[in-house]
Design a binder for this molecule. Structure first.
Ligand code: FAD
Length: 279
């Protein structure tokens, strides 16, 4: 880590905007967040290749400010030839970091492709490009929704570290103990890479509830009930969300989390307010 980076080791995630207005807004968001000296930005990737070009394009624009920007890359539905080309392209553009995922197959899409799981993707990237890329992988403190058990999922997480990942970023959660438990168990299995908690600022209850059901993140009852009670009162939702998520972040850092990765949803304000609340 160089001296101009944030001592907390923070990072910010964006998605590729699909309108001109969205693209312009993202640049403002990036600039506001760049002032906090993140270690890196990352840009998500639609599985099945739907937004591969847009991810690459967004990465190009975001990294113009000089902050390292990692494209997310998923293997499901792709063949090795296409992945090889994409890796080559990222390499030629001077990109040094990737977030390597299996991804999810959109319904109605064809076969799963040649690489079935993220550990196989990490292995493939290492085979093809040696140590060129810093590779981050996903971790699930509350278990991946398709995992048959916590133990099996943890074992599969460890495979990704063994395959050569440098870093893990977790799915978001609102229960700090789930994170500490996950880190402890992963460490016992020999995982040594930093496991950075993924943080979802709370700004909109309906979207959060829909998203959490899909990705298997638990919204604790006391948070759900309170957010539900606010109804359309978005000011109260935001104030409560800021308080809850700031306390979560503080607990994580106090408990030894090696950084924070924010799912910004291309918005700066909620993330900035949380950062301002941290000691
Ligand atoms: P894997 O690690 O491959 O795990 C998937 C499932 O398979 C788990 O249930 C696991 O237990 C099991 N498994 C893993 N390896 C094996 C094995 N070798 N044998 C048998 N079973 C195995 N999705 C996107 O589409 N685009 C994105 O940009 C994106 N970014 C994300 C960023 C982060 C930080 C996180 C946490 C998630 C992100 N996702 C993204 C969601 C992710 O693609 C989904 O959660 C997906 O279902 C799993 O991807 P994975 O890389 O965790 O898969």
């Amino acid at each position: 880590m160089s001296s101009h980076e944030h001592p907390l080791g923070i990072s910010f995630e964006f998605f590729p905007p699909n309108t001109e207005a969205g693209r312009e807004k993202l640049l403002g968001v990036r600039d506001a967040l760049a002032e906090r000296k993140p270690r890196f930005f990352s840009v998500t990737y639609g599985a099945g290749g739907s937004t591969q070009a847009r991810t690459a394009q967004t990465v190009r624009t975001v990294r113009e400010c000089g902050i390292e920007t990692a494209p997310h890359l998923s293997c499901i539905g792709s063949d090795k030839g296409a992945l090889r080309e994409l890796l080559q392209q990222y390499r030629e553009e001077g990109i040094r970091s990737l977030v390597a995922l299996r991804g999810d197959l959109p319904s109605g899409m064809g076969g799963i492709g040649e690489l079935r799981y993220a550990n196989e993707l990490v292995e493939f990237i290492r085979q093809e490009t040696g140590d060129h890329f810093n590779i981050a992988v996903a971790g699930y403190p509350e278990s991946h929704p398709q995992a048959p058990s916590f133990e099996r999922d943890l074992g599969n997480f460890a495979r990704k570290a063994q395959a050569g990942a440098n870093l893990a970023i977790t799915q978001y959660f609102f229960n700090a103990d789930a994170y500490f438990h996950f880190v402890e168990r992963a460490t016992r299995l020999g995982v040594e890479v930093p496991i950075i908690p993924g943080i979802m600022p709370i700004t909109n209850y309906t979207k959060l509830a829909r998203f959490s059901d899909a990705c298997g993140a638990d919204i604790p009852r006391w948070i759900r009930k309170q957010l539900e009670a606010y109804g359309d009162d978005s000011e109260s939702i935001q104030a409560f969300g800021e308080d809850v998520v700031s306390r979560l972040c503080q607990r994580l850092l106090d408990g030894g989390a090696p950084g924070l990765h924010f799912y910004t949803l291309n918005q700066a304000q909620a993330t900035l307010r949380i950062l301002d609340n941290l000691a």
